[in-house]
Design a protein around this ligand. Structure first.
Ligand SMILES: Cc1ncc(COP(=O)(O)O)c(C=O)c1O
Length: 304
């Protein structure tokens, strides 16, 4: 991590090295925090944050699912995100707003403590994601089951969900793969450790419905909307493990991953073993929308 820029903490912009919390911060002990991952892209017309309001909406929905009382309005947080990116002077970056139960009372009940908010960002260029964006990711179907929506709110982007995701990611890496694919308790395909998943089969593009427990990804939604605008139908469909092996193409979507190709699942090669035609086309359309080149999706950009 390159320590540069400023971090917004409860209304103040503080130097990166000074953005500290007490060791008895509630969230550190009980995972009582919710967060977002947002990107700012260096478009030809200047730096622009992708789908800022949608990310802020999801942050507040996540907080609500955990009864967290936010001390700021959505527009204050959106404004603070823009202010932080400006203060850092980054043209392209990843932005991490975090709302967490802070220092105060110790014990399981979080609601006596204040909900603190921080906004951090760090440089991250378009396409600068982990393995697989261009070469194709090798994925492992995880032996860990995706969290059941009856156990905790899977639609909240909550830290509490990420121990499950991290177990799957580490298992995949330790077995020589780039990424994990998680099945839910019914054996249906849910998502990657931090990405949504799509398959192309028999000329159709299919993605698991939210009822599988996958996160309602903003990149997932963007790709579905871009495809629809281009006359390409993407349907929600229950998928099982063997559907992955039989697919002609597989790709994943996420703020960090953008649109990345999957060319192997377990020991099975997908399609030709290289990024497929549909994935390549959607990757291109997504980049075009995020860079402000596709006028139909200009409203997704907040110029800073
Ligand atoms: C579990 C999970 N699924 C899917 C996604 C993709 O969501 P988005 O496109 O909003 O980044 C993420 C990333 O935030 C995630 O953590």
């Amino acid at each position: 991590m390159k320590e540069s820029g400023k971090i917004w903490m409860n209304g103040d912009l503080v130097p990166f090295a000074d953005a500290k919390v007490h060791v008895l911060t509630h969230a550190l002990h009980y995972s009582t925090s919710v967060f977002e991952g947002i990107r700012c892209y260096d478009t030809p017309e200047g730096p622009a944050i992708f789908r800022l309001d949608d990310h802020v909406d999801r942050l507040f929905r996540s907080a609500k699912m955990y009864s967290m009382k936010m001390r700021y309005t959505k527009s204050q947080i959106a404004g603070a995100i823009v202010e932080t990116v400006r203060a850092c002077g980054f043209k392209e970056c990843y932005i991490r707003p975090l709302a967490y139960y802070g220092y105060g009372e110790m014990g399981l009940t979080p609601t006596k403590n204040r909900v603190d908010v921080s906004i951090s960002c760090w440089p991250w260029r378009m396409g600068e994601s982990k393995a697989g964006k261009f070469s194709g990711a090798k994925c492992m179907v995880s032996s860990w089951t995706r969290i059941d929506p009856r156990a905790q709110p899977v639609q909240a982007k909550a830290a509490a969900n990420y121990s499950n995701a991290a177990l799957a990611r580490v298992e995949a890496l330790e077995n020589g793969y780039d990424e994990a694919i998680m099945l839910n308790g019914d054996g249906r395909v849910a998502e990657g450790s931090a990405e949504n998943i799509f398959i192309c089969t028999d000329g159709r593009i299919l993605t698991p419905p939210l009822s599988t427990g996958c996160l309602s990804g903003i990149t997932r939604d963007s790709v579905i909307k871009i495809a629809a605008a281009d006359g390409i139908d993407i349907s929600e469909y229950d998928l099982y493990r063997a559907d992955l092996y039989a697919a002609d193409e597989i790709f994943m979507t996420g703020t960090a991953a953008e649109v990345k190709s999957v060319t192997q699942v377990d020991r099975t090669r997908i399609g030709s073993g290289r990024m497929g035609r549909v994935t390549k086309a959607l990757q291109k359309s997504f980049v075009s929308a995020a860079m402000g080149k596709d006028k139909r999706f200009r409203q997704w950009l907040t110029f800073i």
